[in-house]
Design a protein around this ligand. Structure first.
Ligand SMILES: Nc1ncnc2c1ncn2[C@@H]1O[C@H](COP(=O)(O)OP(=O)(O)OP(=O)(O)O)[C@@H](O)[C@H]1O
Length: 354
């Protein structure tokens, strides 16, 4: 179990992490996701004990390991947490087995037990035949497996991952996601995983925290975030593809105005807002219709037997996912049909209205 309470971190006058609170049960796979600079690595480094919080506390299994108010933090090596970075940082002069055995030597585990444990984790990661090789003699994907084997060898209760798959090619990354989850389950540990890739977050997490500017925008199960995004930012950040957000203004007589168009609306609006429409709720046509708006065709791509069409006009960008669509060429007009009622309405500042 991990409990983070009012965690803050300032670098001089800059607040990188602002009063973050969340709690996950033992065995959870928590993903911290958000755009570059949102503070996710700083939170992970505080969990690892590499960085002292400015305020707030971190507890592992009800034991406080960092306390910002009192200004103390338990050493990284004493926290029962293992860390894997984006760069594998294996010791080049040691074999694969030597690398994995090292933390066990440091922990003074007897030799026979050490050898058995090394064999066990290399087998778990499917690299038991590579034990005698040096890091320069194995592939990037294999090196990352060794780094993970080395982290889990001493059986830490908390596994920390900082963008561990971002150096791998796309296919290997997808394979390694499944592998990592298998290892996570086999260890029974609680994992925290940092990524800027929302697809990775949504496919791997039991719990997701979406971060922006050092704050949690929303914390919950992946499905809940997609089904009910609490802020406009979350709505446009999660989902494949993410939802459309249109700035709308009241235009009198139950109508709304956006992007120079006026359409009848199925909802009351008395001030400007951001309306969210899901890609699967928009229609596309090569001809105008009753509730359509014309955008310039940008791109089309197949997604799981359906087709995703994107159009742009100035700042407005709409994406629809439909069963089939006419063939569009660059420069064509795509007429997007807009439902009467949006899936959600957000204030101009991003808070959920309805
Ligand atoms: N040691 C430091 N001194 C000053 N500012 C820092 C320091 N470490 C991080 N920051 C700043 O804190 C903010 C959060 O950084 P952090 O590395 O946590 O972001 P991130 O979400 O992990 O981003 P990325 O995905 O780019 O790694 C950034 O604006 C960063 O410049």
């Amino acid at each position: 179990m991990i409990t983070i309470s009012n965690l803050t971190k300032s670098f001089g006058t800059f607040d990188a992490v602002k009063s973050v609170s969340l709690s996950v049960p033992k065995g959870a796979f928590l993903v911290l996701v958000g755009p570059s600079g949102c503070g996710k690595s700083t939170i992970l480094r505080m969990l690892a004990g590499l960085e002292k919080p400015t305020g707030g506390t971190i507890a592992f299994n009800d034991k406080t390991v960092s306390d910002g108010e009192r200004g103390w933090t338990i050493e990284p090596s004493q926290r029962d947490a293992g860390l894997v970075f984006q760069s594998y940082a294996l010791w080049p002069h040691m074999t694969v087995s030597g690398n994995v055995e090292w933390p066990l030597k440091v922990a003074r585990m007897p030799s026979a037990e050490r050898k058995a444990r090394v064999h066990e984790v290399l087998t778990l990661l499917d690299i038991e035949t590579l034990g005698a090789r040096y890091p320069s003699e194995i592939s990037g994907g294999q090196q990352q497996r060794v780094a993970i084997a080395r982290m889990i060898a001493p059986k830490p209760g908390i596994l920390l991952f900082d963008e561990p798959l971002s150096n791998l090619d796309a296919k290997l990354r997808i394979e390694m996601r499944t592998e990592l989850l298998r290892v996570h389950r086999a260890t029974g540990a609680t994992s925290v995983y940092v990524t800027h890739d929302q697809v990775e977050a949504m496919t791997m997490a039991s719990h997701v925290a979406v971060l922006k500017d050092g704050r949690i925008e929303q914390f919950g199960a992946p499905g809940d975030l997609v089904a009910a995004p609490r802020t406009a930012f979350v709505a446009t950040f999660v989902g494949t593809p993410p939802a459309n957000l249109i700035v709308v203004e009241p235009a009198g007589d139950g109508r709304i105005a956006f992007a120079g168009e006026v359409l009848p609306a199925g909802f009351a609006l008395d001030r400007p807002a951001q309306a969210m429409f899901r890609p699967e709720n928009l229609g596309v046509s090569d001809r105008p219709g009753a509730r359509t708006i014309a955008l310039e065709f940008a791109e089309a791509s197949p997604v799981a037997g359906r087709v995703m069409i994107t159009g742009t006009r100035g700042d407005l960008r709409l994406t629809a996912v439909v069963n089939d669509a006419p063939k569009f060429a660059p420069g064509d007009s795509v007429h997007f049909a807009i439902p009467e009622t949006p899936a959600a309405l957000y204030a101009p500042g991003g808070e959920l209205l309805a």
